[in-house]
Design a protein around this ligand. Structure first.
Ligand code: PHE
Length: 339
């Protein structure tokens, strides 16, 4: 009889399951109201007196073993359930992360920066809130100069010396004040003009301006640099320079590229001419160099500036400049594949 019970003890000790029903069957078999232990305890009174002690010890051991077993497996199963509640199914495949996309303005800015850094230009940045000197006066635009009207300026109330920069030429002034020639730098950044908002212009936009100062810099160097840029940026190398006026450059020009007249859009964006204006440029006025502490008798150079929105609208065929600032995810998501 005790041998049989020892067998049961072995069975109870080696029992294992991760299933609630199997555990319950085990409990009923050993500890249930009609279970093995019940029968064995009932048997106790028939055991001869001299064996009662040993018999009592083994059935007690069986009882404790079975009870312990049920308890430990039950606890293990419960904690697994709790973990399942917190973490879900840990073997489930991960959910794909929603990856954002770069803003088209950033994409185009990065392209422009890359193109110029390949020919030795570095990137310089400056403050968006500027003083009169860096935005105007140093750039050959003294107070009351009529050309100040070309750039409708946002002044910070009550202090006419503090304004939102109207171009990133202000960064070039700062750069010249702090660095000696040779200078090759481009200044990307946000600029502000008090203009009526429409599909073609906005009061906030972005520019990249470039500055090249060295000895014996010629207008041909400027043209060659712009040719290189338009070829890299648009894959088009037919450009023309139209005489223009900027207070900080002399001579000054506006740069058009030949966009072509292949599609209806080409007709629309070039107003039927095939030519498209993309930037302003010129040879830096000697007054500007002197204002910034560079000897104009020794050094000269060229500068150029372009609007990023304009170029992005061309490249991505975007018809309304306001799209850039509306943060409409449906619009922005389209640029996901671009770097
Ligand atoms: N600063 C000019 C503008 O914002 C652009 C420009 C830069 C023109 C450099 C000529 C030379 O309109």
């Amino acid at each position: 009889m005790t041998d049989k019970i020892k067998e049961y003890i072995g069975e109870a000790q080696s029992f294992t399951t991760d299933n609630k029903e199997t555990l319950e069957a085990f409990r009923i078999k050993f500890l249930g109201s009609k279970g093995l232990l019940k029968d064995l305890f009932a048997e106790f009174k028939n055991v001869p007196n001299d064996q009662k002690k040993e018999f009592g010890q083994v059935i007690n051991l069986l009882k404790v073993t079975a009870e312990d077993k049920v308890k430990t497996i039950q606890e293990a199963l419960e904690s697994k359930e709790v973990a399942g509640g917190v973490y879900g199914d840990l073997t489930r495949p991960g959910e794909p992360l929603v990856v954002g996309s770069r803003h088209p303005i950033s994409i185009v800015k990065n392209q422009i920066v890359d193109i110029f850094s390949n020919i030795g230009f570095n990137v310089s940045e400056g403050p968006e809130i500027e003083d009169d000197w860096h935005n105007f006066t140093a750039l050959n635009l003294p107070e009351y100069h009529p050309a100040r009207d070309m750039q409708d300026t946002f002044f910070i109330q009550s202090n006419p010396d503090v304004l939102l920069r109207t171009h990133t030429s202000s960064v070039q002034v700062r750069y010249m004040e702090e660095n000696k020639p040779p200078i090759r730098t481009i200044s990307p950044g946000r600029v502000f003009r008090n203009e009526a908002v429409s599909s073609r212009s906005h009061c906030i936009f972005h520019q990249v301006e470039g500055l090249y100062i060295d000895q014996n810099v010629s207008f041909a160097d400027l043209k060659q640099t712009l040719l290189y840029f338009t070829k890299e940026m648009f894959g088009k190398s037919k450009i023309r320079l139209r005489p223009s006026y900027f207070p900080f450059t002399e001579p000054s020009a506006e740069v058009d590229i030949y966009w072509g007249l292949k599609t209806e859009t080409d007709y629309r964006i070039t107003k039927g001419t095939g030519w498209l204006e993309i930037m302003g440029c010129g040879m830096v006025d000697p007054n500007v160099l002197n204002n910034c502490g560079i000897d104009a008798n020794k050094y000269n150079g060229f500068a150029f500036g372009m609007g990023i929105e304009r170029i992005a609208m061309l490249l991505y065929q975007i018809g309304d400049i306001r799209m850039f600032y509306e943060n409409d995810v449906r619009f922005l998501e389209q640029f996901k594949s671009s770097i």
